[in-house]
Design a protein around this ligand. Structure first.
Ligand code: MF3
Ligand code: CO
Length: 297
């Protein structure tokens, strides 16, 4: 490992710290950087400084997240049987505008709408459509990504449409619990794989499977930042978590097999290969000195 690639080397001990605190490097993040360097030297993936959010950035992301949550709260208050997924998009467009925000998905890699709506066997990236009408017994994921004042927030929730079968309701609740199981593993100086493997183990113990090809992501300054986040990873593997790292926890869980395919016509919507139901909840967090702080949900 070339010494020039070490995290703090470009800074002198008495120079101002890279974190923007105004303190000298030696009395601010020097030992933090040395700790990261040691872990990298052991062969682990570690985050660059650019991924670690400053206090100011975290405040900005929180302002964005407040609006993101409020948009989904609005959806929650109106969704039900007979509603089309296009109406959900209309609500998101209206509320996003009212809050002075921008929908991150609209135009993102040519995605055509302001929210993703994924029903039943759709895993993710469902495209709102006036012909897709919610029916009693359906389950749907509504995934909302919001930019406010340049900061990005991202979260999604499941909704049960009218009365759903008890087994399906249990599945949706279990996937919610899977996120909590993952969150408990988020602590600084541990690895993303500790979180991902806990989610996978929990889901498998319930007889479900976790989608491998699509995962979570860093988020906050850009919509999709490093790291890519797997929920089928191994303990002690993947990126080191350190305070300031901001990412989503959003496992996609299938009631049947994990295999998926993409809609060839729209190039977006992902379905379960075996037609089984899929559920997902998404939260965005920032790693703190003690553990993590929940930004959305
Ligand atoms: N909110 C989704 C995510 O978690 C957005 C996927 S990109 C889109 O990353 F274009 F499909 F919206
Ligand atoms: Co996301």
């Amino acid at each position: 490992m070339g010494i020039g690639r070490r995290l703090g080397l470009q800074l002198g001990r008495n120079e101002p710290c890279w974190c923007g605190s105004g303190k000298k490097y030696k009395s601010c993040h020097l030992s933090f950087d040395e700790r990261i360097d040691r872990i990298r030297d052991q062969g682990h993936v570690v985050p660059s400084h650019e991924l670690l959010k400053t206090r100011e950035q975290i405040e900005g992301i929180k302002e964005s997240a407040k609006r993101n949550i409020a948009i989904l709260d609005y959806v929650a208050s109106r969704i039900g049987p007979g509603i089309s997924t296009q109406e959900i998009d209309d609500w998101v467009v209206m509320k996003t505008k009212e809050f002075g925000a921008v929908a991150a998905t609209l135009g993102y890699e040519d995605f055509p709408k302001s929210v993703c709506t994924s029903i039943n066997n759709q895993v993710c990236h469902g495209i709102p459509d006036s012909e897709d009408i919610l029916e009693e017994g359906d389950i749907i994921n509504v995934d909302c990504s919001t930019i406010y004042n340049g900061y990005v927030s991202d979260s999604s929730r499941m909704f049960l449409i009218g009365e759903v079968e008890p087994e399906v309701k249990q599945f949706v609740e279990d996937v919610h619990e899977a996120v909590n199981v993952g969150l408990r593993e988020i602590k600084p100086w541990r690895f993303l794989g500790d979180m991902g493997s806990a989610i996978n183990a929990f889901c498998r113990s319930k007889g479900y499977s976790v989608v491998e090809e699509i995962g979570g992501h860093g988020c906050g300054v850009e919509f999709h930042e490093e790291p890519w986040v797997s929920y089928v990873s191994k303990p002690g593997e993947e990126m080191l978590m350190v305070p300031g790292l901001c990412f989503t926890v959003e496992p996609m869980v299938n009631m049947g097999a994990r295999h998926i395919f993409e809609d060839e016509d729209n190039g977006w919507t992902i379905y379960t290969e075996d037609g089984s139901l899929s559920a997902q909840w998404e939260v965005q967090i920032v790693v703190t000195d003690e553990g993590y702080e929940l930004l959305t949900w």
